[in-house]
Ligand binder design. Structure first.
Ligand code: C2E
Ligand code: MG
Ligand code: MG
Ligand code: MG
Length: 282
């Protein structure tokens, strides 16, 4: 297999603007409309089990298909939305769209868990858990098919509250992951008490583990820490075969990255999944 570049042209525009610049405020205003008019689209990136080489799920990653600017990557609008209540309908939209897709795949015999990224502000929203549970019921998707990814900083913004919200989500049967693990700081005391299932090792360590001895050591230490806490470990940003082999030797459970597949629109993901029959190197 080869990870083909499926990138559609990305429109890059000036990002060196402050929060209150007219362009950013304009973009925020447009985003409100974009959510309702279906301009936000999800791409899906496979997560593979390293031993069986089976596809176990996909991460949903949002893109803004802007009528004039082309595709706007999430890094250019999610941080803006996160500073406003707009992140609530945005996250709801992404979860709902991912669940609807998951239900279609399920009906077609493709069993894929979908992961959605959740922002710090979502965890501070009183209605968040009920909203998620309602969306699961409405789309007829079992909670086990949904994974939510939360960053360390989102948890550490209010650890007690995060623990309570995550506890309710975990009790409902939703899989919970800490995203970009190692990039922020989570005290080990909190980590051991969090009702989470997975650690996603930050790409910055994974990307350089074949060239930087310390990064390789950090990755191995995180895998061991995760396993000792009973957690599944996931490496993000696996870009080559050498990294894949190192991770596998380190005992990492799952991997995600351009070496396996890029994030793809749903239809392409289906073609990819069917061609591999869900197994990579048969
Ligand atoms: P993330 O959740 O850590 O997602 C992984 C990012 O790494 C994605 O970028 C993905 O395309 C990219 N990636 C995957 N494999 C590789 C690789 O091998 N090498 C490299 N260099 N990159 C790889 P993307 O899609 O641009 O998303 C960036 C971030 O935006 C995400 O990081 C996440 O924090 C945020 N994001 C994306 N979609 C959503 C969403 O629906 N809601 C929220 N709240 N945040 C989102
Ligand atoms: Mg993520
Ligand atoms: Mg990540
Ligand atoms: Mg990241």
């Amino acid at each position: 297999y080869s990870a083909k570049d499926r990138g559609v042209g990305v429109c890059v525009f000036d990002t060196g603007l402050d929060d209150h610049s007219p362009e950013r405020l304009g973009l925020l205003g447009e985003l409100r409309r974009a959510i309702d008019s279906g301009e936000l689209v999800l791409h899906y990136q496979p997560k593979m089990a390293m031993v069986s080489e089976e596809v176990c799920g996909v991460e949903a990653l949002v893109r803004w298909q802007h009528p004039e600017r082309g595709i706007i990557p999430p890094a250019l609008f999610i941080p803006l939305a996160e500073r406003t209540p707009l992140i609530h309908p945005l996250t709801r939209y992404v979860i709902d769209t991912a669940l609807a897709q998951c239900a279609r795949w399920q009906a077609e015999g493709r069993t894929l868990q979908v992961a959605v990224n959740v922002s710090a502000r979502n965890l501070l929203d009183d209605g968040f858990v009920d909203d998620v549970l309602e969306l699961l019921v409405r789309r007829g998707v079992p909670a086990a098919c949904l994974e939510l990814e939360v960053t360390e900083s989102a948890i550490m913004a209010d650890p007690a509250r995060a623990q309570q919200i995550l506890g309710r989500l975990a009790d409902a049967g939703i899989t919970l992951s800490i995203d970009d693990f190692g990039a922020g700081y989570t005290s080990l005391a909190h980590l051991k008490d969090l009702p989470i299932h997975q650690l996603k090792i930050d790409r910055s360590f994974v990307a350089s583990m074949t060239t930087d001895r310390s990064d390789a050591l950090i990755v191995r230490a995180v895998v061991e820490l995760g396993h000792n806490l009973g957690l599944t470990t996931v490496a993000e940003g696996v870009e080559d075969e050498a990294t894949w082999q190192r991770l596998r030797a380190a005992g990492c459970d799952l991997a995600q990255g351009y070496h396996l597949a890029r994030p793809m629109p749903a239809s392409e993901l289906e073609g990819w999944y069917d061609a591999t029959r869900g197994v990579l190197r048969s």
